[in-house]
Each structure stands twice: as C-alpha cells, then as structure tokens.
Design a protein around this ligand. Structure first.
Ligand SMILES: [Zn+2]
Length: 150
C-alpha cells in the first residue's frame, strides 16, 4: 500500500515531518544535520497541500528525535505533523508543538548576555505569530526571530 498523502517514497523506519511551512523545509534540514549529522534525509519542497497551498516535507531514515529535539525543530514548523514510521507503517502521528519555554537548547545571540558567562542553561520565552516564532531571552530580555537561529 502506498500512502499518497506523504508524497514521498516509503521508508522502512524513521520519521516524516509533514506540513512544514513552505520555505522552512531547508531550515529543518540544517537543524537536523546539526543534531544528527549522518542521517539520511529526503526533502520535498513546494509540494501541493490542500490546507496550506504549498508545503515542505522532510523524511528522515532511521531516526526518531527526542522531545527536546522536537521542540527545537518546532521553532521552524510549529504546526507540522510528525509521522513515526516502522515497517513501512505509520505507527504514531502527532502534531509538533511549541513549548512556552525553551531551556538549554539554543544559545543566546546577544554576546553580552550573562548566560554566556554564568553556569546557567539558556532560557527563552517562546511567542508564536502564525508561522513565525519569536524568542525572548530570560536573562538579557532581548527578543530574537526564529530565522536568526536557522
Ligand atoms: Zn540573552
């Protein structure tokens, strides 16, 4: 059986990130390459989507991400759908969700921020505006747009 909704070649085991806002697929790829440099990726850009007009899709062979990694990826695709594949079947499907706070994942981009010099975990408050996300540093209170972290 082919799942036409996924619009990509089936994978035996891994993760398919679907319904990524058009243009953000590449950001997701860059992020995954930092998290897991050797995974095999297949990317679909500007695919037709009933709900979104056009969408991006990223397929990752043999890789399941942690909750922390999912939060990090959610910055670039807050409403994406995650399909967990095993033996060519979708065994789990859920919506990506943004956390209210992102702790210990990204480094503050303000070089004067005290979080660089103190033994503290980075800490951002997360704000979503449609497809875009803004992050406010808990320590220096500067606000950064998601694209700065891509
Ligand atoms: Zn800061």
């Amino acid at each position: 059986m082919t799942d036409h909704k996924l619009q990509v070649e089936a994978i035996q085991r891994g993760t398919v990130i679907d319904h990524i806002p058009q243009g953000n697929g590449i950001k997701i790829v860059h992020r995954i390459q930092k998290l897991a440099p050797h995974v095999r990726l297949t990317v679909g850009l500007n695919l037709p989507s009933k709900d979104m007009g056009q969408k991006d899709l990223v397929k990752v062979d043999d890789w399941l991400f942690t909750e922390q990694q999912a939060y990090e990826l959610a910055l670039f695709a807050p409403d994406a759908t995650i399909n967990v594949i095993d033996h060519y079947d979708v065994v789990n499907k859920y919506k990506m969700s943004l956390p209210e706070h992102l702790i210990g994942v990204l480094t503050c981009l303000n070089s004067n921020c005290i979080s660089h010099n103190e033994p503290v975990q980075s800490h951002f408050k997360v704000f979503q505006h449609g497809d875009h996300v803004q992050l406010k540093c808990h320590y220096c209170e500067r606000t950064f747009s998601d694209s700065l972290f891509a």
